[in-house]
Design a protein around this ligand. Structure first.
Ligand code: HEC
Length: 155
């Protein structure tokens, strides 16, 4: 005779273990010691390419914000900042998110929300020096993240 009580406990235990493992990955990501003293996040090469492409968008946004502020062209500031404000989410990105450590995710999101704030400021009456200060503050996050993390890929 099947002992349903034990089976239920077993199912519950397996379920809890699964949640624990998923939580572990969500918080710590998939990392190892990097080649230069930083911590490496280990991704598939397509995932690494995806993040690097987003990084290049971050850089061109920064360039556009500075260029726009310098020319007094607030539309350009708005366009440039908006390009980095919202990520496109799809299934591949959700899997990728699980491999990224929590600190990395938080810092990345915080840059995106800064970019959204810069875009909003460009549409409002915020003076240009203040927009430049917001941009400078955001760049400290780029610097902090780059000082800490490396991206490596497994084929
Ligand atoms: C959450 C962490 C994080 C933040 C925030 C971040 N980066 Fe990066 N970025 C990385 C990592 C990790 C790499 C890969 C570094 C390596 O492997 O040596 C990278 C690489 C890059 C690259 C190289 C892209 C390529 O094609 O090789 C550029 C450019 C770049 N980042 C620009 C920026 C700019 C500009 C900002 C801020 C507006 C920024 N990043 C914010 C983590 C971050």
């Amino acid at each position: 005779m099947i002992n349903t009580h034990k089976l239920t406990l077993l199912a519950l235990a397996l379920w809890l273990i699964t949640i624990a493992v998923l939580t572990w990955f969500f918080v710590y990501g998939k990392t190892r010691a990097g080649t230069d003293g930083r911590t490496a996040i280990v991704l598939k090469s397509t995932e690494r390419n995806l993040i690097l492409a987003e990084m290049r968008t971050f850089l061109s946004s920064t360039q556009g914000i500075l260029d726009g502020a310098n020319q007094g062209n607030r539309d350009l500031v708005f366009q440039a900042a908006s390009a980095s404000a919202m990520p496109e989410t799809d299934d591949e990105k959700l899997v990728l998110m699980a491999k990224l450590p929590m600190d990395f995710k938080m810092l990345g999101m915080s840059v995106r929300s800064d970019m959204a704030a810069i875009a909003a400021a460009a549409k409002s009456t915020t003076p240009t020096p203040e927009i430049l200060q917001m941009t400078a503050n955001t760049l400290t996050k780029c610097v902090a993240c780059h000082a800490t993390w490396q991206l490596q890929s497994n084929p």
